[in-house]
Structure formats: C-alpha cells, structure tokens
Design a protein. Structure first.
Length: 117
C-alpha cells in the first residue's frame, strides 16, 4: 500500500500529458498509415475511422514483407502504422506480419499453454 502523503511524479505526469496530446492530434488530423502522409477525412465514429487511402494498404503490406525479408529496416515502418497497429486487420490476422513490428530480441507477451512433460 502507498501512503496518501506521497506525491505523484511530475516528470511522469508531464510525459503522459505529451503522449495524450500527440494522440489527440493524430485523432483530429488522421493521415494514411502507409507513410505517404495523405490527410484522411475525419470519421464521425472513431471506431470506423479510415486508416488508408484507397489501395494504400497494399503499400504497407509490401513494406512489411520487405522488413521480414531483411530488405528494409524496422525503422522504415511509418509511425501512423505503429500507432494504429491494433486496428489494422491484415496485421492482426497474420502472425508473420506481426513479427515485423517486434524487435528481434523481444519476447512475446502472450504465450500459449505449455505442455508438461
């Protein structure tokens, strides 16, 4: 338990304020996740906000395949794609494509059941 006399960390509060300001900015001015930077129309429902211009999902898919083959760097993946990773369906349905977003030394956070021998 923590004492009620402890104060909150002001550095952490300032950092989280910057993070949320960036998220609000992205929500107010959405751009294409392929990295082209094209502005998208703001949707009325945030859950149904478009993530790509017409046909640009193929560009991101192509870039992710290049990352997996080693022809491109992980740093080449657009920030908009990283921010919307959980909402991009073709990434969520393909485990090989998900590996393009993880660091090589990073362990999976979710692990399946282990078999006891």
């Amino acid at each position: 338990m923590t004492d009620s006399t402890e104060s909150k960390n002001p550095d952490r509060s300032a950092a989280m304020a910057r993070v949320w300001a960036t998220r609000r900015e992205r929500a107010a001015n959405p751009v294409c996740c392929c990295g082209c930077g094209t502005a998208l129309a703001v949707g009325k429902d945030p859950k149904r906000q478009k993530l790509f211009c017409h046909g640009h999902d193929g560009r991101l898919h192509s870039l992710l395949r290049k990352v997996l083959r080693g022809e491109a760097s992980r740093q080449d993946i657009p920030l908009a794609a990283r921010a919307n990773l959980a909402r991009i369906r073709f990434v969520q349905h393909d485990h090989q494509i998900q590996k393009a977003f993880t660091n090589p030394g990073q362990h999976a956070t979710r692990r399946g059941p282990t078999v006891a021998e």
